[in-house]
Design a protein around this ligand. Structure first.
Ligand code: F6P
Length: 341
């Protein structure tokens, strides 16, 4: 069998571990070959490949990023490029395609699968917002990095009796903010799922200082939005239809400083959350995903995605996985609120 692999969307710690796992499983267990498409769907559209054998994946387990490269592709290009992608796959005698990616990549995988291409998807994203799987790899690494950074901000904030706002990634889902906030003892956690009231945030800040607390740490997901008290600058949308962020934490910080009279500093963690070596948890999850996706491809279990359910790896239909995003539930928010304020 010949397997095609590509990594799409934003990169994520653990991608290289998956590639290694697919190649090793395909080669050692089945004597199959693997071809990598460069830069996600773009490489498939432009017929740019790289052979992947055991030697090519040596040392990849611990490396961040993706050796195949990644890119975002406008959804229209995928629709209009369907036939082209099928031709390229046929030219490379690919019997099964394993796309590794988040919502956009898996939606495209579903499109290809509906068009008759044998596909087994692998979910990845630091945002952890793919439905159908309990977790995606990359999330644990991002939360660990954010937690360490917030731990560090506690000490400088308390030394200066400041409010420190930390903006973390999370476009539609606040999982990173929720977990990093809970793990680091943040006093305020703001997520996209629950629009915040600026008056209420000011009240919390003033209340904490009034009762003698030394500082306030607020974790703000980049996609958090106010429901009252301020208006965010509008950044419009990018070529992929994503909202362009204008720095919610910075804008909230200015408002807090003006209204509470407290000094506020803002730290935007940005891509540091996606860089570097994956945690051991993510290495294991990525390796298991790669193994089970390769087994599924050899057993012709197409149109599906590998998923973590409890402690097991299962297959779920791509159609269900991409039907909606997995956002933070009110119950999970309530747990966090028990420790904030
Ligand atoms: O989807 C993963 C993600 O890291 C989001 O959390 C973030 O909003 C986005 O990618 C950033 O994308 P880019 O790397 O294109 O700036």
């Amino acid at each position: 069998m010949r397997i095609g692999v590509l990594t799409g969307g934003g990169d994520c710690p653990g991608l290289n571990a998956v590639i290694r796992s697919v190649v090793r499983t395909a080669s050692s267990h089945y004597g199959s070959e693997v071809v990598g498409f460069r830069d996600g769907w773009r490489g498939l559209l432009e017929d740019r490949t790289t052979p992947l054998d055991i030697a090519a994946v040596d040392g990849l387990l611990t490396r961040g990023g993706t050796t195949l490269g990644s890119a975002r592709v406008a959804p229209e290009l995928l629709h209009t490029g369907l036939d082209r992608m099928k031709d390229v796959l046929a030219a490379h005698r690919v019997d099964a395609l394993i796309p590794i990616g988040g919502e956009g990549t898996l939606t495209a995988a579903h499109l290809l699968s509906e068009a008759g291409v044998p596909v087994v998807g692998i979910p990845k994203t630091i945002d952890n917002d793919i439905d159908g799987t309990d977790l995606t790899f990359g999330f644990d690494t991002a939360v660990s990095i954010a937690t360490e950074m917030i731990d560090r901000l506690h000490t400088t904030a308390e030394s200066h009796q400041r409010v420190l706002l930390v903006e973390v990634m999370g476009r539609h889902a606040g999982w990173i903010a929720l977990h990093a906030g809970l793990a680091s003892g943040a006093h305020v956690t703001l997520v996209p799922e629950e629009p915040f009231d600026v008056d209420e945030v000011c009240r919390l800040v003033s209340q904490r200082f009034a009762r003698g607390d030394s500082h306030v740490i607020g974790v703000v997901a980049e996609g958090a939005v106010p429901k009252a008290g301020m208006e965010l600058r509008d950044g419009g949308v990018d070529e992929y239809g994503h909202r362009r962020f204008t720095g919610v934490a910075q804008q909230l910080g200015a408002e807090l400083e003006r209204r509470t009279g407290k000094e506020v500093r803002t730290t935007v963690l940005g891509h540091v959350q996606r860089g570097g070596t994956p945690t051991s948890f993510d290495r294991v999850l990525a390796t298991r995903f790669g193994l089970h996706a390769t087994i599924a491809a050899h057993e012709s279990e197409f149109g599906q995605m590998v998923a973590l359910r409890g402690t097991d790896i299962e297959l779920v239909p791509l159609k269900t996985a991409v039907a909606r995003l997995k956002t933070v539930t009110p119950e999970r928010l309530a747990e966090t609120h028990a420790f904030t304020g």
